[in-house]
Design a protein around this ligand. Sequence first.
Ligand code: GDP
Length: 322
Amino acid sequence: SDSLNGDVKPRILLMGLRRSGKSSIQKVVFHKMSPNETLFLESTNKICREDVSSSSFVSFQIWDFPGQIDFFDPSFDYEMIFIGTGALIFVIDSQDDYVEALSRLHLTVTRAYKVNPDIHFEVFIHKVDGLSDDHKIEKQRDIHKRANDDLADTGLERIHLSFYLTSIYDHSIFEAFSKVVQKLIPQLPTLENLLNIFISNSGIEKAFLFDVVSKIYIATDSSPVDMQTYELCCDMIDVVIDISCIYGLENNEAGLPYDKESMAIIHLNNTTVMYLKEVTKFLAMVCFLRKESFDRKDSRHPVPDAAKQPQNIIEPPPCFTG
Ligand code: GDP
């Protein structure tokens, strides 16, 4: 469909106080920057930083709140921006005092809701890497309560806020982004269903659809996702892109060394096999299967082989057959 090809991209707005971690999130998730390098990011004075993310399935924009700038500034057409926004991520620095952040969150959410009640409001309680597990839960409970109390005080308890504990030092930021993006994909139930059909008609145990550049997963089958599996997928994508950067041909129109021929098979030492295959210029399918299932099939095409069995009435969609 159009949106899966990237023509209609989910639009995300990243907002929060200065130094809350917005640029770092953008650099780590969409530009492969390593977390430590973000220590040296220059602070900018711009209110609004556009990032078209032409190489990604999602497009997004960053908004700072450097204190004095607010919604009453007439030069700032926030209405236009809110109308086109699917999700508003508000980043709160959990290692800092968050009183001001919470009042900004409240102001932002109520303004945005008036313009566009369909926006998904996502609160990233960020930089939790320094906190113990108990402390994390405590912070989340406190922020959750205060933010919702503020809404209730103004009679706006119908506004729904979702909360995530995030850090750029582990996979939590990718996981949170994945959940945010998944809410913006109208075809999600269809994709999940297709992935369910796909795994039940092949020797594959788990299948993910990934945005290659950001390593956000767009969809997966309905079996549960564990963090380790997700991390393995991320590592595999890194390996494929790194190898393609060195030995591949040229970058595609999305700026990636990634094309229809892109595929990889990795045998893990616990009898699991990972299989990656290009789906669109932005997306890849990453699958897990047992070594036995993999060996049973033609090793170059473990997927289409499943469709050859006569009892299979449902054939995998063409994009999966490579
Ligand atoms: P922005 O002004 O909102 O764009 O904030 P920056 O991205 O410039 O980040 C401000 C500082 O926070 C930088 O020194 C980052 O290294 C640091 N930072 C960002 N994310 C994290 C995180 O998850 N954990 C920790 N410990 N520091 C972070």
